[in-house]
Design a protein around this ligand. Sequence first.
Ligand code: GCO
Length: 467
Amino acid sequence: MASDPIARSAMASYQFPDTFMWGAATAAYQIEGAIDEDGRTPSVWDTFTDLPGRVLNDDTGAIACDHYHRYVEDVALMARLGIKHYRFSLAWSRIMPDGRGQVNEAGIDFYRRLVDCLRDHGITPHATLFHWDSPQALEDLYGSWRSREMAQDFADYATAVVSRLGDRITHWMTINEIVCFTHLGYGVGKVPPHAPGTVVRSQKEVWQTSHHALLAHGLACQAIRAASATPCSVALVDNFSVPVPIAESPDHIAAAKRAFHTLGTNGGIIFPALTGAYSPLLLEQLGADAPDIHADDLNTIFQPLDALGFNVYTGNYVRAADNAQGFEVLPLSASYPRLNMPWLWVVPTALYWGIRHMSETLGRGNLPLFISENGCAAEDILTPAGEVIDCDRIFYLRQHLKAAHRAVQEGYPLHGYFLWSLLDNFEWAWGYTRRFGLTYIDYPTQARIPKASFNWYCECIRQNRVV
Ligand code: GCO
């Protein structure tokens, strides 16, 4: 604790450094709509949403927030919010209708217009090259992520994008949340909730898809650096699972570090990406289900990065245990606070512990970090007066920003925060039934209605602290 009163009051008021980057995030399929305009071809999500019963209410991204046509209004909204950084993704099949080969310049033009508009408002674009919307053409050709070919095609797509937009975009993110379009997109013995929704035969085949995605990330890092005319920042975005010690005592902290290896898919995604090796503890657990790894793959995957984007929504409490693993993951009772998703337990310390694990468990303490997504779904109600008073979202966000502040205060390299999301949008298998936005979308009219949380976040940015 700081002993002098000024430092103490700076801590108590949760002031961030002047350089802290405040932002918001979105993704192409979730907001753009315009699925067959200007040469865009279907992605696996278009195909998936057309299958009855896969998405709640059979909702699709055909219109979504109509951002493709309303991006000027949406950028004005960002300016009003006060963010100086905006994270969005590019739709591969807008840019390469066949997934490979010919570039559709009309697709590039949309992103050029968007980025120019952002820059006119003093907002720095952070572009994610892939946020789950694989071109259907490559699914038809070779089963997309089931094939190693996908990695090279992704790198070629990265080259096509960066050679055209690298004069305007200098912050690149390769791939968003590998687990979600691989392990949730291909299932063994159960219907996968995410596109392409393919049931494969073995866990090994599932791990093979995430291995291919890691290769795609590695090759894309090289492609981006080679194609960029100016020095640029290259990041991976991951939602690794976060073991949070039930109490911050040495035994429970040690247990959380052990748990980090095998919780979720950590050992096979964030480990190879940031350390150049799958976690030995995971490999031991997988046995014959481990993916096939070619001789040079780990070198390709383990690229120098300028930053890591950390998407965090929840966490798992862990404690030390007298068992073979040395830890146990603790169950949460029905009365534990949760927002409007079955998995959205409110565990703000996960934001802090995720950052600390990067440093202490993975040994990557010098790698700059961004919270590339954090936010929550709430049961937002539009009042007759036309307001959405989402005190629950403000509560959630405030706790998470305090955890971010703690990380900064303790000297961890956290440089910025992108709130998920600017707008309510198409929430994958949940369709439009779940709202994560700071801005309410009235879908029938496409009206944008800033919620109470919008004004709250605006004030945090203005004062550069948690208010
Ligand atoms: C993600 C997802 C977002 C989701 C959000 C809420 O990257 O986690 O990409 O697309 O909408 O996480 O579930």
